[in-house]
Design a protein around this ligand. Sequence first.
Ligand code: SF4
Ligand code: SF4
Ligand code: FES
Length: 230
Amino acid sequence: MSEVKFTIDGREITAPAGEKLLWVALKHDIYIPHLCGIQEEQRPGAGCRLCFVEVEGQAHPVTSCTLPVREGMAVKTRTPAVDRLVRSAFELLLSDHRLQCGKCPKNRACALQQIARERGLKLKLNRLKPLQREFPPVDDSTAVFACDRSRCVLCGQCVWADQQVAKVGAIGFSRRGLNRTVSTFTGMELADSPCTKCGLCVEACPVGALYFLDDNWKNLQGGQTPKGKI
Ligand code: SF4
Ligand code: SF4
Ligand code: FES
């Protein structure tokens, strides 16, 4: 594949033509907020709306997870328009999120906290009111890991890990709009689903929605995916 030269925030970068800007930037230690991006995905859904950048000559910011790099492009990761869009998307996420970092298994290792830190955003709602809705109870039926949907940001990382990496197909998205949720087929508990407890979905979750119930479990597995049930 041919290489192209372009700039990100004035830095000269060389990368394979067509590679998506988000991954090139991250590879060069240039942080762009992101939750739903999956490098291997051919057609990213660009659902989280956090990875905006501005490209010289383009009227509006674009999502970097869908933006192929090309020769001579000049990209800025921080402009007033980008910052406005990122802040709005971030606040929208927080409006449907049970923010209790002190009690969360992902505290200090959470992508939302990283976005807040990197972009100087507050981890609390300023302009929006929290969506008052009932979340389903925590599913800890497997005794290996739990799923707490009150912290889910609907990024789809777990679904990709389950369906495309582990190739199990135990979980997917169900319902639409505000009721959209990660779920097993027909909403059964994880223990009753085809889940093999390989743990790949848990490792893929960037926030505290999927978490191991026993920290030792990951070490015991040595990071390998067991072929069958534990
Ligand atoms: S998922 Fe992240 S932001 Fe949400 S409560 Fe847990 S640590 Fe805090
Ligand atoms: S459970 Fe985690 S990985 Fe899955 S969609 Fe929700 S936040 Fe993303
Ligand atoms: S990472 Fe690009 S829209 Fe989510």
